[in-house]
Design a protein around this ligand. Structure first.
Ligand code: SF4
Ligand code: SF4
Length: 396
């Protein structure tokens, strides 16, 4: 029997919605596009109508043909114009797990020909090259060559207790490669013996979750788990909140999983990292998957505050209410213009604080905000917290 796309719990949750519209007010996509059809309440009501009107309960539970092709095509456009930021779920007074419903809905659509072809590229790239950008996977750790003083083994040894799972974005985008470079330098300075998986690192599978193609995921997970096991690793560090989320929620790994902000905070607290004064005013952007997703709010703030001379100003919308930068949910691939409009709202909010720099903990947020700032010639420094820590060490 095929697994149904929607669980009984999800079907009950759909019925529980009271139409209060709080989720619509919190939705960055609906706000930026000025289009209520992108909001959670609209998407949920259409889904409910389609499921109720066209299927019996048994079909809902057993089948994948719940929505007609025509409905799917009209509807798919709104479904994929969502950053999967989870803000709707955060504000829903009934606690409806909207993000899980969005994943189920994408899975449902992936089984139909209403599926947006642009998104299909993810499946092709991952099956051919094991990374989301169709790059040569043997080049995953090429960024090491850009380090000033890399370790002789280029961090590619056979056994290591600590591994750094780099992620596709930081492995291949020149702008984002500065983050693993900075992290490797910090870990070296902090006396942490770590290794990379190199070409044995495959995409974590997060883009598949967002695309709705979880069938391919097992292969990626099994490979990554086997690679980590072969190294004898006890701890995996992630700088990418989406990789971190994937490993935490879908890998069932028997090792410690830690986001880099949590790992670096330990080094700060144990005085393994020393900072000199860095006189600057910064604000902090909580990445959706790290903040709302993993509830990691305090470690990055504690790291920032531990740097002498820094002044941290909070964004008007911060922590669990932080507004998405526009970089999530494969939205850039689907509707780059809308992703840019969401980034605009984000940058305007950042600028309202008067901070000279925005710090975040996600390479995709860095990419998205930097792209908007550069395109519009806005004077704002954008950096990952790893880069900030490295900068504070550089000021020796
Ligand atoms: S996940 Fe974010 S973008 Fe998607 S509907 Fe919810 S609030 Fe809107
Ligand atoms: S916030 Fe929750 S209850 Fe209110 S409209 Fe949205 S999904 Fe329905």
């Amino acid at each position: 029997m095929e697994k149904p796309d929607y669980t009984i719990r999800q079907l009950l949750e759909m019925d529980a919605c009271t139409n209060c519209r709080l989720c619509a007010e919190a939705c960055p996509a609906a706000l930026a596009a000025t289009d209520g059809r992108l909001s959670a309440v609209y998407r949920l009501s259409r889904l409910r109508e389609n499921l109720k009107g066209k299927t019996s309960l048994l079909q809902k539970l057993l089948g994948r043909k719940a929505l007609s092709q025509e409905d799917r095509k009209k509807y798919a456009d709104t479904v994929f114009r969502c950053t999967l930021c989870g803000n709707c779920q955060e504000v829903c007074p009934l606690g409806i797990r909207l993000k899980e419903i969005w994943f189920s809905l994408r899975r449902d659509l992936a089984h139909s020909d209403a599926f947006p072809q642009k998104i299909d590229m993810i499946r092709k790239n991952l099956s051919q090259s094991r990374n989301v950008f169709a790059e040569d996977n043997a080049e995953r750790a090429d960024w090491v060559a850009d380090m000033r003083h890399p370790r002789d083994d280029s961090y590619l040894k056979k056994q290591a207790e600590v591994i750094f799972f780099t992620g596709c974005v930081a492995s291949y985008f020149p702008l984002a490669q500065k983050i693993p470079i900075a992290l490797a330098e910090i870990l070296d300075a902090g006396g942490v013996d770590f290794a990379l998986l190199g070409q044995e690192e495959w995409c974590c599978g997060f883009p598949l979750l967002g695309a709705g193609f979880m069938e391919m995921f097992d292969e990626l997970r099994e490979h990554n788990l086997a690679s980590v096991k072969a190294m004898g690793a006890k701890t995996a560090i992630f700088a990418c909140p989406s990789c971190y989320q994937m490993w935490r929620d879908h890998y069932h790994a028997e090792i410690e999983l830690t986001h880099v902000t949590e790992f670096l905070l330990k080094l700060v607290r144990s005085k393994n990292l020393e900072f000199k004064s860095l006189p600057m005013t910064v604000t902090y952007h909580d990445p959706c998957d790290l903040g709302r997703g993993a509830r990691v709010f305090d470690p990055p703030r504690e790291i920032i505050r531990s740097i002498p001379g820094i002044k941290l100003i909070e964004l008007p919308r911060n922590k669990e209410n932080c507004r998405c930068c526009g970089g999530g949910g494969n939205l850039e691939m689907m509707d780059a213009e809308l992703a840019g409009k969401i980034a605009k709202l984000k940058v305007e909010e950042i600028l309202s604080t008067g901070a000279q720099s925005v710090v975040t903990s996600c390479q995709q947020c860095v990419r998205t905000i930097t792209a908007y700032v550069k395109r519009n010639k806005i004077s704002l420094e954008v950096m990952d917290i790893v880069q900030l820590v490295r900068k504070a060490m550089e000021s020796h």
